[in-house]
Ligand binder design. Sequence first.
Ligand SMILES: Nc1nc2c(c(=O)[nH]1)N[C@H]1C(S)=C(S)[C@@H](COP(=O)(O)OP(=O)(O)OC[C@H]3O[C@@H](n4cnc5c(N)ncnc54)[C@H](O)[C@@H]3O)O[C@H]1N2
Ligand code: MOO
Ligand code: MG
Length: 391
Amino acid sequence: MISVETAVDLIQQHLPNWGTEIISLSEPWYRRLAVAISSDRPYPPIDRIMVDGIALRWAAYGSGQRSFPILGVVPAGEVPPTLTDPQACFEVMTGAALPQGCDLVIPYEALEIRDSIAHIRHPEPWSPYQFVHRCGSDALAGQQVLAAGTPLHSPAWGILASVGQIKVPVRRPPRTQIIATGNELIPPNEVPQPYQLRLSNAYALMAALRRQGYTHVSISHLPDDPVQLATHYRQASQEYDLLIYCGGVSKGKFDYLPQLWRDHGVQQYIHGVAQRPGKPLWFGVDHTQQTAVFGLPGNPVSSLVCLHRYVLDIVPLYARLSSPFSFEKPLTYFLPVKLEITKNAELIAHPRPMQNSGDFLALADSDGFLELPALQGVFAAGECYRYFPWS
Ligand SMILES: Nc1nc2c(c(=O)[nH]1)N[C@H]1C(S)=C(S)[C@@H](COP(=O)(O)OP(=O)(O)OC[C@H]3O[C@@H](n4cnc5c(N)ncnc54)[C@H](O)[C@@H]3O)O[C@H]1N2
Ligand code: MOO
Ligand SMILES: [Mg+2]
């Protein structure tokens, strides 16, 4: 069986590239930028005034002058006037362009204005351009402002709008279907017999995917029937980029899927990872269709943990284990935890162990899971491990 690290590498190597798509600035979905974005002009594009007050010439102030006749008021959004009289000033508003001939701005708080004359009452050592956000000081025209691959958080959308990028090239999220397999499963709106259960995993997986920007996600349900599974696969592999199966990948008499995928030309890269939960994980790629196939083990905790570790692009944090935990098998152990963030900015992971990977309800009081490495069996309180938050 391969390690978690090898499994992650294999997936990264073989996952198809699903290209890019253009989305609109007014539909700010969670996506990653496909290309770098450059500024269309200098930022700020003018010498931008940062306080409400007056603008004048530093030389006049420096020579001892303290009272300045006001030539006019300069609001934001107007062509800046020119200071024709070097002994005078303009009233200027935050966001306005610095009038030509001015290089000093003094806020209203330091002034007294009477009869259209500004008197400087607080002669601090005002310095040239002190309250001026200089033209081009944030970025020059043509300078990269967002790198390719940047996750589009709210600041990034603000930057896109600011440089006029109304069509945003992003990495295309795969058209995804979650296929819940199993005769025992029924839809959530039906009343199960004691030997049946609602197909909860599919909804948990869909929620996690949607929250990561997978906008095209559907759910289907198939019985453990090889003919129906095969018919569905032939159609679905043409319509979807990513098929996430849940259940039917282990050693049971009705676990048809791994053989069925191979028979349909899916190149198998992973079947079995040295981990708990999630040992029977399967991954392959149908290279003729550019469709990736994940077979997530059916137990609810297994499928959700595998989705987070192998399918979603989650950057892990590090958290400190609050109490000792042991797992003495040569397997990576994914331990559900509740996260506490202390005043010292420490992430403390409180174990919320499950009885087994069918114990889905144990996750209710968890925020994510720790990845406890296979080479270790005893994990002491205070040790730090990778932490994956639930999407
Ligand atoms: N002889 C062996 N038996 C099993 C092994 C093994 O190595 N040798 N592995 C075990 C492990 S570990 C897991 S995990 C399960 C995985 O099994 P499958 O992927 O084949 O999943 P199923 O058998 O279809 O279902 C397992 C379990 O999960 C429930 N389930 C399935 N789908 C859903 C769903 N959408 N929503 C809620 N619950 C679901 C299903 O009813 C079963 O209880 O195999 C072990 N066996
Ligand atoms: O390891 Mo399986 O994924 O526990 O139930
Ligand atoms: Mg099974």
